[in-house]
Design a protein around this ligand. Structure first.
Ligand code: MTE
Length: 299
């Protein structure tokens, strides 16, 4: 169960000490990531882990407000213990699963992933978690299941952003079943080897590293296996800007800005922008999922 992930980055690649690693070492360390950027004269700082501070104080979590500082400011009120996740739809064992019970059955591993937001900034983050596939198998997939729908907690008493109709609450997201079963797709329960901070989606959130960050829904309370494509919050709000797939694709611009480059958070506002990679650098692992699809049409 534990070893199907392809570990694209290791601590040696990303610790701050690695900043001035020579290029040869870098090439060896990042083969799986296919970092085209490295082929140019790119500094290793692009691979440097973002600090705990970067990762936990610059967030999008509209349930707490739309400012990047709001989640850290207000997410402390959220009670995440006890926590339950309902799994229903086309599964053999539908029901309400206790978070503690889920994690006791999973192998928690650390994965260092690049994270690319649709707003054209990025981070490198050490998550801990388990494969979504393992959870779906625990519930028992039925043959009719073709998509996975996810839902975030709705609790306006503790999530002050939900008192305003910023989006239609609760936040919802979806994946095609093969995307959900891909070994890079994880349910994260922590970062930097600590439990998930509330502002990052405690206690359990999705991470799909080849898609824009908004696909990675936080504080999940419900997972439904469906046979039709589920609605997604951003697509519902602005279909011309946010499609169902939302794969990181530098050749398809957001209607209001370019997606060709990104700014790595923590490098200062005037740091050089870096080229965005197809599928956020995970092309080798995931391109086959979209063979034959027009990715301009299916953005
Ligand atoms: N999940 C919920 N429930 N609500 C949100 O507003 N924002 C998304 C995604 N998941 C969001 C969410 C967006 S736009 C991004 S960029 C990522 O969360 C940010 O994740 P992070 O704060 O862990 O970096």
């Amino acid at each position: 169960m534990a070893h199907r992930w392809k570990n694209d980055l290791s601590w040696e690649d990303v610790t701050p000490e690695a900043v001035w690693l020579n290029r040869r070492q870098l090439m060896v360390g990042t083969v799986g990531l296919g970092l085209a950027a490295i082929a140019g004269s790119t500094f290793a700082s692009e691979l440097e882990l973002n600090s705990w501070d970067d990762i936990t104080s610059y967030n999008n979590f509209y349930e707490f407000g739309t400012d990047k500082g709001d989640p850290k400011r207000y997410a402390g009120d959220l009670v995440t213990n006890p926590w339950q996740v309902e799994i229903d739809g086309f599964v053999d064992r539908p029901g309400i699963y206790d978070f503690e019970d889920i994690i006791s059955k999973m192998t928690i591993e650390e994965r260092i992933y690049r994270f690319r937001c649709v707003e054209a900034w990025s981070m490198v983050i050490p998550w801990s978690g388990f494969e979504l596939a393992d959870l779906l198998n625990l519930a028992g997939l039925q043959s009719e299941a073709r998509y996975v729908a996810f839902e975030t907690l709705y609790r306006p008493e503790q999530m002050r952003g939900q008192r305003f109709p910023t989006i239609k609450w609760p936040y919802v997201e979806g994946l095609r079943l093969d995307e959900a079963m891909h070994p890079l797709t994880i349910m994260a329960t922590g970062l930097y080897q600590k439990p998930m901070p509330n502002q990052n989606g405690a206690p359990i959130r999705l991470i799909v590293p080849w898609k824009y960050g908004f696909k990675s829904i936080k504080s999940i309370v419900k997972i439904t296996l469906t046979d039709v494509q589920p609605p997604t919050s951003w697509n519902r709000l602005q279909p011309s800007e946010y499609g169902f797939y939302s794969n990181v694709n530098p050749t398809v611009d957001h209607p209001r800005w370019s997606q060709a480059t990104e700014r790595k958070v923590g490098q200062g506002l005037f740091a050089r922008r870096i080229p965005t990679l197809m599928f956020n650098g995970y092309e080798e692992e995931v391109a086959h999922l979209y063979e034959g699809m027009d990715l301009t049409e299916n953005y």
